[in-house]
Design a protein around this ligand. Structure first.
Ligand SMILES: Cc1ncc(COP(=O)(O)O)c(C=O)c1O
Length: 408
């Protein structure tokens, strides 16, 4: 079937009349020729409104960890839905999920639940301030932690006051952290960091052990919580905390996206000394007790363990990485593939304005592979070695197109 986009364009026109910009946020970030409106999905195959099918390498920017409509998660969600979801208070799932998280994450002595990753990162900061009685929080320059005024990458409607008590350091640069700690002085409330540098537009960067250990030591020295933003990485890199392999555990961490395989839920977990502050603040939302996402999360965690998912994703990620490198070199291109293989970022060498990368991603869409040219991709349990092979076959044609585009 040839690639179609008639309905897509009609829906965009219709949306623009009633929704600012038609679509916004993540949905607006995709390259111009990528589809905006989807109709159906199973596993890692999705279909857009025109009937075009794609192997989806974005997984909804993370949530689809096991693949869309994964049977066991759907059954658990359906069983809970029959009992009810939105009660006037929590169900037993609330406790079961907190038990499951405290069992698997070493620094988790307790858990709290929200809806979005932004809720969770923001709650971490509030808790750090509540427990220390201080104001300054250190975050990495360019890191994404959500889309409200203290952290959104855009500037409209954001006041300097919204960020007045943030200080910035460079990822993997301990001297810049020390300098920010010095500036915070006796007002240091905590340091927020992601498990690796996964900012859009630039190469991903794994943390050095010195950086991870150095942050831990600085936080210990100053009695300020180390906070880890696991919203993007959670359950893809490790069974528990992503820095466990360094022997470094934070004091608080934020989880979301993949926790319930597409159902809306996020979580903050933390250590014992922060429990009292966590119980004392007023933190809530109308849908934060919903039981269906909690039932989905419980089943999702079981499947993750049964599949030993992080190791499995690493393997298929490496297959994709090796395949892309081989294809690129046989068509005369050089790629920069960075970060953990489970969350691939593929940039073209010498590619100002991401022109080659964008052409490649837009061409791939017409051949049934969906990804972003300068935001990391996400792999799921549904990306089997056979599907990665199929992706590579389709992408070979996109390398041929790109070769033609840039001149042989
Ligand atoms: C590292 C990180 N933190 C926080 C967030 C915010 O999560 P949400 O979009 O669910 O609010 C995101 C979302 O992309 C993220 O990648």
């Amino acid at each position: 079937m040839t690639y179609q986009r008639t309905i897509q364009d009609q829906l965009m026109e219709r949306a623009k009349r009633v929704v600012p910009g038609g679509v916004y946020g993540h949905a607006a970030m995709a390259p111009a020729k990528s589809p905006r409106f989807f109709a159906e999905g199973r596993g890692c195959r999705v279909r857009d409104v025109d009937g075009n099918e794609y192997i989806d390498l974005m997984c909804s920017y993370g949530p689809n960890l096991l693949g869309m409509n994964e049977e066991r998660v759907e059954q658990a969600a359906a069983a809970q839905r029959r009992l009810g979801s939105c009660f006037t208070g929590p169900t037993e799932r609330w406790i079961e999920l907190a038990e499951a998280l405290t069992e698997r994450i070493d620094h988790a002595d307790w858990a709290m639940f929200q809806k979005n990753g932004t809720d969770a990162t923001t709650l971490c900061m509030t808790l750090a301030r509540a427990v220390t009685g201080r104001r300054k929080i250190l975050v990495a320059e360019g890191a994404y932690h959500g889309a409200i005024p203290w952290c959104t990458p855009s500037s409209g409607g954001v006041l300097p006051e919204d960020r007045a008590h943030l200080l910035y350091f460079r990822y993997n640069d301990l001297d810049s952290v020390r300098e920010a700690v010095r500036q915070a002085g006796s007002d240091l409330a905590g340091i927020l960091v992601s498990p690796f540098r996964h900012d859009a537009f630039v190469d991903q960067e794994l943390p050095t052990p010195e950086f991870a250990e150095g942050l831990r030591e600085l936080c210990n020295e100053h009695g300020a919580p180390l906070m880890m933003d696991e919203v993007r990485t959670g359950l893809r890199l490790a069974r528990g905390s992503s820095w466990a392999h360094f022997g470094v555990e934070p004091d608080l961490s934020a989880w979301g996206k993949s926790l319930a395989n597409g159902y809306p839920i996020s979580a903050v977990v933390g250590r014992e000394p922060i429990r009292e502050a966590a119980a004392s603040i007023y933190s809530t939302g109308s849908f934060w007790y919903s039981a269906v996402p909690m039932a989905a999360a419980l089943e999702c965690l079981r499947v993750v363990d049964e599949l030993d998912l992080p190791a499995r994703l690493e393997k298929v990620g490496q297959q994709l990485r090796d395949g892309l490198a081989a294809l690129a070199s046989s068509y005369g291109f050089s790629l920069r593939q960075t970060g953990p293989p489970q969350m691939p970022l593929v940039l073209f060498e010498d590619d100002p304005g991401f022109r080659q990368g964008t052409f490649f991603a837009e061409d791939a869409v017409t051949r049934g592979v969906y990804f972003h040219p300068y935001h990391n991709m996400f792999l799921s349990a549904a990306h089997t070695p056979g599907i990665i092979e199929e992706c590579l076959e389709r992408l070979e044609a996109s390398f041929v197109s790109l070769r033609r585009e840039v001149g042989a």
